[in-house]
Design a protein around this ligand. Structure first.
Ligand SMILES: [Zn+2]
Length: 74
């Protein structure tokens, strides 16, 4: 698909690192499957992946950690 941010690049299938902040907690999730823009590097997550990423983030928040680094597949 065409990138909606830069409107120039085409996206390709790859993986990316997603960083989320919830209050005091920062969650870094590596190797998240995504569509990535070849031009500006913006990434797009499908609905299913977004859901899982948010679930992983919420777990970390519940554990009360300051920073959590996870691998998506784990
Ligand atoms: Zn782009």
């Amino acid at each position: 698909m065409k990138c909606v941010i830069c409107k120039q690049g085409e996206t390709y299938d790859g993986t990316t690192t997603v960083t989320l902040e919830r209050g005091q907690t920062t969650v870094v999730i590596k190797e998240v499957p995504a569509e990535i823009c070849g031009n500006c590097g913006e990434y797009y997550l499908c609905e299913k992946v977004t859901e899982k990423v948010h679930k992983l983030a919420e777990q970390a928040v519940r554990h009360g950690v300051v920073i959590e680094v996870l691998r998506y597949a784990a």
